[in-house]
Write a protein that binds this ligand. Sequence first.
Ligand code: APR
Length: 411
Amino acid sequence: MAAKDGELTDPAIPAESTTVVVIGAGPAGLTVANLLRRCGVDCVVLECRTQAYVTQRQRAGIVETRAVRMFDAWGLADRVLGGVPSDGTLEFRVDGERHLVSDGDGSDGPQARICPQQVLVQKLMAAYLDDGGDLRFEAADVSLHDLTGDRPTVRYRDADGELRAIACAFVAGCDGDRGISRASVPDGVLTAHAFDHGIGWLTVLADTPPPPRPLLAVSRHGYAAHFSRGPHTSRYYLQCPPDDDPKAWTDPRVWEALRTRLGDPALPSGPITEREIFRLRSLVHDPMQYGRLHLVGDAAHIVSPMGGKGMNLALYDADLFARAVRDFVRDGDDGPLRTYSRRCLRRVWNDQEFSHWLTRTLHDAGDDTGAGSFHRGLARARLDRLFTSRAADGAFAELMAGLDPEASTAH
Ligand code: APR
């Protein structure tokens, strides 16, 4: 998206300057903004939606152990993490039979938290604004210019309809899969690695008692899950054809399917406040960088939801990006910025593999019509290994916690 010089120097457009312009105020953008402020780097966040929309949007629900420790290392854990600590176990229910599996790796230090995404977003926003952060909602027509030069410019129309321009040293593209940041990279620069799992999930939010721990169920009727989204709120998932009509899932049909698949005839029903069907898909863009633009979170990659890695990967990218900018601004060291994409992608592929493995295992194990009986046998063998082998459980817990040697990188 090349800009004409005349446009950028238009005296009618108020010109501002900052170190980093952050596009998008989701978990990725707000984390980048908070971390940059912690190390004294100035930034401006541009968000196209209203504050009310951003703070209410419901999505992920678990902040993995690695991410909790990341916020702790930045001195932000108490301010930005809500919810409750995870008790370190997951329940798998196979044909109604209970199996508890550890998802805590047993290491010292703060553990994963069951923290709905909108709670994290609200707290990140409050922390940033309380510290005097610059966050502009309803920023329309955002466009990025001169990304391969030393001084990119970001233009947008503010909430009053006025055109504005901000010159900066770096742009953090945190505007999700459909944002403007990745779309501003010329064709042929990024390679997209995409995968459609051919699986749909009906997702339902309801005012019902949450389960004591995350519950994932396998049966011949298909996959189902039950997670906490607060003291009186639950999120449920039901495997379904990806093109199914959510309206065909009436309340009685939802509760009957959940009781059957979770093997719990006494499961209480309650008011359903949200009902949606989405396709399970995965996507990686490589590299996650173009000139002075760095892609962070969903702008660079989508992970299928199994394993809860989408938001956690966004937090990982944000941490690496903020530290890399800090090192550049403070020490003139551009090494971490140059290796940003490579280091992020290592974890992205690690988590994609984990999520893919878990997705296949839990869907193939229950559905001998879709994947075939051979794959069903393989998936059941994987579950059996997880329930009986300490080594397999240990590897699973390490992946759930997000802990590997890279995670202990010093600040
Ligand atoms: N200009 C400004 N803001 C934009 C634009 C744009 N052109 N396009 C999108 N945005 C904003 C969206 O309104 C949203 O608030 O960018 C933000 C992107 O937020 P998310 O989609 O939540 O992406 P990210 O912050 O990377 O979230 C990471 O958490 O739960 C998961 O599914 C979620 O995996 C995602 C993850």
